[in-house]
Design a protein around this ligand. Structure first.
Ligand code: 3PG
Ligand code: MG
Length: 402
């Protein structure tokens, strides 16, 4: 196990890796749950008198979302209700000068780590530890804290290099995410365990079924993934917008696997019995699966299905949610996703909700985050945790504790 910030000496100079990677709309960085969560860790560190330099990333070179962290510093300042300094440099002279001026109880955000050439190439942690980036920054600090669980599947310098050469600790977000997201592999549950599985990318989602089948008793399927299984069950479904073949391509690639899983997991797979679509008057319309048509775009599971899934959740001791069951961003097609979330919130089952933006449905539909066991801010790392895959940055933190 890794060391946590409980193990830190007082008043240290800390290099703290956060995951502030956020949506960017028209060049403007959007606040999201990640800021609020990491602000909690920072608040605790600052109250303990540590001096904190934040290392984080945004987007990838070549994408519209690849921008400076200047906005991120301001958003963090709002959450913390205190000044947060920013320096447009990561480990050059300007950065070093700003770090030198940093005092206990103060926080400074360094520029986007992915603007440094040595950050991104996926390489062994020992190679990353030997970069200029790591060798320049490490001596400026007493210790390194990694709070970026949601980026922990990446073998990047800022995530795996520092723990090789410094005392390294897990922040609160790292600790909480790790414990909750590994529970599907680590914990024993006496009662029924249910997983709601939705979303669009079959290649990510299908392996989950086979990797968690010891723990999970039943899977409630929705989204594109659910439709792929409906097609395997003989239904005429899988709309592709003219000129694209996203669904058909996934079908061709995954067909054999899906057919095999459908047969093997006959007892534990729940498929939708009805689906929702946009009717002629723009209203939500529904149809039983017997009446499905390939040229209709289905956007949610139907009300009967939503009710069945909610009942299954209510009978469960533990519920894991990965991905949305419909296009919940559109109120008309949120019923499936919201029915499952409401059922979780109502009962006192152990629960973990994650996967892309699924957790956003909790805010959008006025549910209380406190009514859920854990709401993950991780995407790719959550999927990997569900399948029991180790996260490289977590492994390096654990090594550092030995
Ligand atoms: C994320 O947002 O998924 C993490 O921050 C990792 O970012 P990446 O997928 O661009 O590596
Ligand atoms: Mg990602």
């Amino acid at each position: 196990m890794f060391k946590t910030i409980d193990d830190l000496d007082a008043e240290q100079r800390l290099l703290v890796r956060l995951d502030l990677n956020a949506p960017v709309e028209d060049g403007v960085v959007q606040d999201n749950r990640r800021f609020a969560r990491h602000a909690e860790t920072l608040r605790e560190l600052l109250e303990d008198g540590h001096a904190v330099a934040v290392l984080a990333h945004q987007g990838r070179p070549g994408r519209d979302t690849f921008v400076s962290l200047a906005d991120h510093a301001e958003i963090l300042a709002d959450h913390l209700e205190r000044d947060v300094d920013f320096v447009a440099d990561t480990f050059g002279e300007d950065a070093l000068a700003a770090i030198e001026g940093l005092e206990g109880g103060e926080v400074l955000v360094l520029e986007n780590a992915r603007m440094c050439d040595e950050e991104l190439p996926e390489e062994d942690p020992d190679v990353k530890a030997d970069t200029e980036f790591v060798r320049t920054l490490a001596p400026e600090f007493d210790a390194y804290v990694n709070d970026a669980y949601s980026a922990a599947h990446r073998s990047h310098a800022s995530l795996v290099g520092f723990p090789r050469v410094m005392d390294a600790y897990a922040g609160r977000v790292m600790e909480q995410e790790y414990t909750a997201n590994s529970s599907i592999q680590e914990r024993e549950f006496d009662g029924t365990v249910t997983m709601a599985l939705g979303g669009t990318k079959a290649e990510d989602l299908i392996p989950i079924i086979e990797r968690v089948d010891d723990t999970v008793d039943r899977f409630c399927l929705g989204g594109i993934v659910g439709e792929l299984f409906l097609r395997a069950a003989g239904h005429d479904v899988g709309y592709d917008v003219d000129g694209t073949d996203f669904f058909d391509e996934q079908w061709d690639e995954q067909r054999e696997t899906i057919e095999r899983i459908l047969e093997e997991y006959d007892e534990s797979l729940y498929l939708a019995t009805d689906l929702a679509y946009e009717g002629e008057d723009d209203e939500r319309a529904e149809v039983d699966v017997e009446g499905l048509e390939k040229d209709t775009s289905y956007l949610d599971v139907g009300s009967d299905t939503a009710e069945t899934y909610a009942d299954l959740v209510r009978e469960s001791e533990a519920v894991f949610v990965k991905g949305a069951l419909g296009v919940f961003e559109d109120e008309r097609f949120a019923d499936g996703t919201v029915a499952v979330l409401e059922a979780i919130a109502e009962t006192d089952c152990f629960s973990v909700v994650g996967g892309g933006d699924t957790s956003r449905a909790i805010e959008m539909y006025g549910l209380e985050e406190d009514d859920f066991g854990h709401v993950s801010i991780a995407g790719g790392a959550y999927v990997r945790a569900l399948t029991g895959e180790l996260l490289v940055a977590v492994e390096v933190l654990e090594d550092a504790a030995e």
